[in-house]
Design a protein around this ligand. Structure first.
Ligand code: ADP
Ligand code: MG
Length: 719
């Protein structure tokens, strides 16, 4: 057995299992070894079946048989039934409304069942128990009935399952890997002195502890090690990238804040202090001679575009070194066509008095401002024409979608690259926009995703951070209301008044978590359609209602967004994944259904869509449950308008899983456990810095270099 062997080489797999493993991204023995349990069950909680009495909850372990689907005699309710047997007795289990359970479990499997003990006609049964198949039965259950069982673990691992592959399978597969002796040959990539310093287990110990812990402490300790490891390597990678980046000389822009002031004063509004500070910081970077790499993070509506424009102004009014003619160039990339066009329009407004050419490139068309015929407006031009003017420097500002980074686009003096909504782009796309044709361009990444500090320190370790933590004045704070089921009608009435006044409304359908992403988007698409139909039929008969979900084609989505922007549609029913950056100032009401299912930071971003104007904006959060925790979270949301604060709050209260789009950060679930722990993140960061200071190339640590390379190729592969 070898770590890099494909699993098939050592395991006989059925087609369904192959598919499932593939879906989980598990290809090699190593992948399998690093597939960690989500939690550990504890068999010490077990009760004997013959001790059970009516009422109360109980956990039992046993062998399942007689699985069948049936219908309630009178009620006609579909249900699943089975018998569970341990060495003391047998009990029936019934799952009402969940007939599929009978198909999920194999006849004869060992299970853990956790449910309420009920009684019918003198017979005890477990009603709707939570059921999971387990790898082996605890001592005291196994001996006589089920044979072999010689270990005394009371903890057993529970692995995330997928259709076709069970937790049980993982348990045995990993046992097999362990018994091959392969983990004795593993070398630890974390230096010993770091393990010692933070009291972390070695790789081998940690692998054994994480898969088969003798006690909770061991599991915890192992998880800590792997969490540390992940953050440590991310830090190393980011810091290394940063060292490399800083070596690049870049254009020196000899502009001062004073020079920019003239431009900023022409804005149709007064810049906020935060905007001015951001501009200052960027101007400082421009003067340094090194290429800037900065993240501008600010809530939706905080005015990032204006910062981009003011700093772009400094660039395009600067001449290339040693030249008395021509100018430097700016590339501004946005994730969608609508956004790119929106920025194109804004830039025309800001730059029109300067008589500067501005280009737009998307997958579909190219535009240039000003048009020869009518200098007040833009005109469509051919792509070759646009590319020619960009290449010879006649177009100093080019705005676009990812079409902007295609090979054919060549600049003469690209000095400044701006990425809007940077989290929507992959690493390679982000890298492409800074590719050099001469000096390295300065880079400004912009995002509205509020994330906790620990996460920012980790995933943005290669960027300097500027916060735009102030909203333009004059904006009325959004009025946020928690709406319970009995207040629905009332709320719809209030919303109708806004529609009568001519405002528009977003309706966001609940988030759905489904391991199968295809299935997830299908379910959401369905719920969007149904909600739109319901609203049209029962509530908003007199208005045009449009829908937007991820199953639609890009072109369809853009058409709908354009119709909404143009006011042809008054109500837009959408999923939470719909475009966040689009500016529809007239949409001032947002309804979020199933609000408790969202992370607070995500709710906050959704709410941000209605903060685009000076009309009073409303956010109605419809909650289905009102447990204490739900209400506590939703109240925090109602009372805070600070996205970072909300992200921190949720991280504390609900854990890292709530940071929307876990996967978008490229951190595994276990790595995310570190994000909860500022001490651990700081330790990983300090150690990474120290190591690189001592040895920039990490020559002394070939294992680390190897692992960094592996991570890099996995990242690119992942995109
Ligand atoms: P975001 O940070 O979400 O990208 P935008 O740049 O799209 O925000 O700005 C949102 C709106 O606020 C735009 O209509 C913009 O013109 C306006 N705006 C930007 N800065 C200010 C300001 N200082 N005062 C008033 N309005 C502003
Ligand atoms: Mg924006």
């Amino acid at each position: 057995m070898d770590l890099n062997f494909p699993i098939e080489k050592n395991f006989r797999l059925m087609e369904l299992q192959k598919k499932a493993l593939n879906k989980l991204g598990i290809k090699t023995i190593e992948d399998l070894l690093y597939y960690f349990p989500v939690r550990y069950g504890d068999t010490s909680e077990k009760r004997n079946i013959d001790d059970l009495a009516v009422g109360g909850k109980a956990v039992i372990f046993g062998k399942i048989s007689g699985l069948k689907i049936s219908k309630g005699f009178k009620s006609k309710i579909a249900m699943a039934q089975a018998q569970i047997e341990d060495e003391t007795g047998t009990i029936k289990a019934v799952w009402f409304h969940q007939p599929y359970i009978a198909k999920m479990i194999h006849e004869g499997a060992f299970v853990r069942a956790d449910g309420k003990v009920s009684e019918r006609r003198g017979e005890l049964y477990l009603s709707n128990p939570k059921i999971e198949t387990i790898a082996k039965l605890p001592i005291g259950v196994g001996d006589s009935l089920f044979g072999e069982d010689d270990e005394t673990h009371s903890l057993y691992p529970v692995y995330p399952e997928s259709r076709g592959i069970t937790s049980n399978w993982f348990y045995h597969a990993i046992q097999k890997i362990f018994s091959s002796g392969i983990i004795d040959t593993l070398e630890d990539s974390i230096p010993d002195y770091i393990l010692d310093k933070y009291n972390l287990p070695s790789l081998k110990t940690a692998l054994i502890w994480i898969h088969t812990p003798q006690k909770q402490d061991h599991a915890l300790s192992a998880r800590k090690r792997f969490a540390f490891e992940e953050v440590f390597f991310i830090q190393l990678q980011k810091k290394k990238d940063k060292i490399l980046w800083n070596k690049n000389p870049s254009y020196v822009i000899e502009k001062t804040a004073k020079d920019i002031e003239k431009f900023v004063e022409r804005f149709p509004f007064k810049a906020t202090e935060a905007q001015n500070n951001a501009i200052d910081q960027i101007m400082n970077d421009f003067r340094s001679g090194h290429a800037m790499a900065r993240l501008l993070e600010g809530d939706v509506g905080s005015g990032k575009t204006a910062v981009a424009a003011a700093t772009a102004f400094a660039i395009v009014t600067s001449k290339p070194k040693g030249q008395t003619f021509g100018n430097l160039q700016v590339a501004y990339m946005a994730p969608t066509e609508i956004l790119a066009k929106q920025h194109f329009e804004s830039f025309i407004e800001y730059f029109t008095y300067l008589n500067i050419n501005i280009g737009l490139i998307t997958g579909k068309e190219c535009r240039k401002f000003p048009s020869k015929v009518n200098p007040k407006t833009w005109t469509k031009i051919s792509k070759p024409q646009l590319l020619k003017w960009v290449a010879n420097g006649e177009i100093p500002i080019l705005i676009g979608t990812h079409a902007l980074i295609s090979k054919s686009v060549k600049f003469k003096h690209l000095a400044y690259s701006i990425i809007d909504e940077q989290h929507r782009f992959g690493t390679t796309q982000r890298q492409k926009i800074t590719r050099k044709e001469g000096l390295n361009p300065h880079l400004l990444s912009m995002t509205a995703t509020p994330i906790p500090r620990t996460l920012a320190l980790t995933v943005f370790g290669d960027l300097d951070l500027t916060l735009l933590d102030q909203m333009p004045s004059g904006r009325k704070p959004i009025i946020t209301e928690i709406v319970l089921p009995n207040e629905r009608e009332n709320t719809y009435t209030k919303i109708k008044e806004k529609l009568v006044e001519g405002r528009q409304v977003y309706v966001i359908c609940p988030r759905i978590d489904e391991p199968d992403l295809e299935k997830e988007s299908a379910i959401i698409a369905k719920s969007v359609k149904e909600e739109a139909e319901r609203l049209k039929r029962d509530i908003f008969q007199n208005y045009e209602i449009g829908i937007l979900h991820s199953k639609m084609l890009q072109g369809e989505k853009e058409d709908i967004m354009n119709d909404f922007k143009a006011g042809k549609i008054q109500i837009l029913v959408a999923t939470s994944v719909v475009e966040v950056g689009v500016n529809v100032p007239n949409a001032t009401v947002i309804i979020i259904e199933g609000a408790e299912r969202f992370g607070l930071a995500q709710l906050h971003q959704l709410r941000g869509r209605v903060i685009r104007s000076n009309h009073q904006a409303y956010c109605y959060i419809f909650a289905e449950s009102k447990t204490e925790k739900t209400m506590q979270r939703l109240k925090a949301f109602k009372n805070s308008s600070n996205g970072f604060e909300l992200a921190e709050f949720d991280l504390k209260l609900r854990g890292p899983g709530e940071l929307s789009g876990n996967k978008q950060w490229g951190i595994s679930d276990i790595g995310m456990e570190a994000i909860k722990n500022i001490k651990m993140v700081e330790a990983a960061r300090n150690e990474a810095e120290r190591l690189l200071k001592e040895d920039e190339t990490l020559k002394k640590y070939p294992l680390i270099n190897e692992k960094l390379l592996q991570r890099k190729s996995a990242e690119i592969h992942f995109e």
